[in-house]
Design a protein around this ligand. Structure first.
Ligand SMILES: Cc1cc2nc3c(=O)[nH]c(=O)nc-3n(C[C@H](O)[C@H](O)[C@H](O)COP(=O)(O)O)c2cc1C
Length: 510
């Protein structure tokens, strides 16, 4: 087998070339630990609610580290559980992509956009050199109950082995392998529920197999390089390969190897992988699960079940648990907002909207789904209204989003203090709000009754920009003179302050 060189560690600069010194979750954990971004929980913890309660509470602090739980009362496989892996940490997301962790969020969005445009196809490695094959079990030997699978919230319908998962399915016609992240409830030692929302690619693949009267093969990995996890939950087109996109994000091809019971490949360096099939018409009761909205989502319902045909594991495997919770304790945090913002910017680029300074889907708004702020340099009459309308219905933005806010280019869309200032001083609600109705939403948004209304939503377009018709007369805002700001920065240490001075925002010339 050709040896694949590990990536170099983040250098401190935005990367132009493939980086990074890790190939899988274990090596990534070593990297973040070295950088003070990992906390090991060495005392015994109960995977039933306690693990989630610790994660939720610790991650109320926006700067919380990733948490590696190492000890459980019953743990015959010596497994560990990693939570808050990327969560709200822009630094850990930057490290995962080999970017400078000190980059501000707007710059990270730009850098992520560039990386997401690349494609590096995966490679197949021999099964006997794949670490995931340390232990391979089939038939009656499979027992997923031996793992410390968490139950997150008091009202959850069961144990969830998959929330931080990466799941492969295949299109029966094109053979394209889809990579998604879908919640998976553990029913028994070899049965795992799979909840894919309508329209998701994993569900479309399953429906296509069932329409032919055939079982749908599934591979689910629990514990992979966080870049693969991130890519699995970013929407790519059905014509695109998420596996190729991960290769570009990480700067090296994803390593796959063949499975033992199915035709789908499996991630060669994953911690735990199941191979299995979804048989036509086989359902079991699944859910609810406490979701990214901060509520239990859809009620318990019949969902397809994976019949597990093979289990592959590394020794002392690390199961990843993605806590779904309200901000900032949700696994789908800042990194997801960065990735979603990058996709929205791509959409706006494609239609040619000029003057865009930045876009941000703040994670406090239900994991970045609830709100989008777009910052523009106003160039002509009606530019703001155009930006709001395009942003509201851009393919990567339209799902769920309720609050679309346009601000001027002196407002940093990632800085909620700035955004609230604009809302409070440049927006007159009687004149500056429009509403779109019957828009794309989800049953997970609990704000409407009766629940049947919920797949449709509404959106408010908020113009928080200085009025274009009165730009020249709009009161001058207080900004520091550039020379004075430079002087303060130069004297920062002399003034007795530590670290770098915070950004002063837009400056006046002179
Ligand atoms: C932690 C996490 C959990 C998720 N759980 C689900 C889920 O249970 N069902 C679902 O349909 N999507 C879920 N998603 C969103 C999908 O992963 C996302 O929409 C992804 O793009 C799906 O892949 P696809 O577009 O290839 O279908 C989750 C995302 C994350 C980050």
């Amino acid at each position: 087998m050709e040896e694949i060189a590990p990536r170099a560690a983040p250098t401190g600069a935005v990367r132009d070339e493939p980086p990074a010194a890790w190939r899988d979750l274990r090596e990534w954990i070593a990297l973040v630990e070295q950088r003070g971004q990992l906390h090991r929980v060495a005392v015994e913890v109960d995977p039933l609610e306690e693990l989630a309660a610790i994660t939720f509470t610790r991650a109320r602090d926006e700067k919380a580290p990733a948490l590696l739980f190492e000890k459980f009362a019953t743990n015959p496989l010596g497994a560990r559980v990693l939570s808050n892996m990327l969560g709200n940490s822009k630094e850990r997301f930057a490290m995962t992509l080999g970017l400078d962790p000190d980059l501000p969020v707007l710059a990270l969005i730009d850098a992520t956009r560039k990386l997401m445009k690349g494609r590096v196809p995966p490679v197949m490695v021999p099964a006997d050199s794949a670490p995931v094959n340390d232990i391979v079990l089939t038939g009656d030997d499979i027992d997923l109950m031996q793992l410390p699978v968490p139950r997150f919230w008091p009202g959850d319908g069961g144990l969830y082995i998959g929330t931080g998962d990466v799941t492969f399915t295949k299109d029966p016609v094109t053979g394209r392998i889809n990579v998604g992240c879908y919640r998976q409830m553990l029913h028994s030692k070899n049965r795992v529920g799979l909840y894919c929302s309508p329209g998701k690619d994993g569900r479309l693949d399953r429906e296509a197999w069932w329409a032919r009267g055939e079982a749908c093969e599934v591979v689910a990995a629990y514990g992979v390089d966080p870049a693969l996890f991130a890519a699995s939950s970013i929407v790519f087109g059905r014509g695109e390969s998420e596996l190729d996109a991960v290769g570009a994000l990480t700067g090296r091809p994803v390593e796959l190897t063949r499975g033992v019971t199915g035709s789908l490949p499996i991630p060669a360096r994953a911690e735990i992988v199941i191979e299995g099939v979804l048989r036509p018409g086989e359902f079991m009761e699944e859910g609810p699960l406490g979701e990214f909205t901060g509520y239990y989502g859809s009620p318990r319902s019949s969902q397809p079940v994976i019949e597990v045909t093979a289990l592959h594991m590394r020794r002392n495997p690390i199961l990843t648990a993605a806590l779904m919770a309200r901000y900032p304790s949700c696994e789908q945090g800042t990194w997801y907002a960065i990735a979603r913002s990058a996709r929205v910017l791509d959409d706006l680029d494609r239609v040619g909207l000029p003057g865009v300074r930045g876009v941000y889907t703040h994670p406090a708004a239900a994991s970045g789904f609830g709100m989008i702020v777009i910052s523009i340099e106003q160039k002509y009459a009606g530019h703001v209204a155009q930006a709001l309308a395009l942003c509201a219905q851009a393919p990567a933005a339209a799902y769920y989003t309720k609050w679309i806010i346009a601000v001027d280019d002196d407002v940093d869309p990632t800085d909620m203090n700035d955004v609230m200032w604009a809302l409070s001083t440049r927006c007159n609600p009687a004149d500056d709000l429009d509403i779109l109705r019957k828009t794309w939403s989800t049953g997970l948004d609990p704000s409407q009754f009766p629940p049947e209304k919920r797949p449709y939503g509404s959106k408010v377009l908020i113009d928080a920009c200085r009025q274009h018709a009165h730009l020249s007369k709009f009161p001058r805002s207080t900004m520091l003179r550039a020379s004075m700001s430079a002087r303060v920065a130069a004297r920062w240490t002399e003034l007795g302050f530590e670290g770098a001075p915070p950004s002063p925002g837009k400056l006046e010339e002179g």
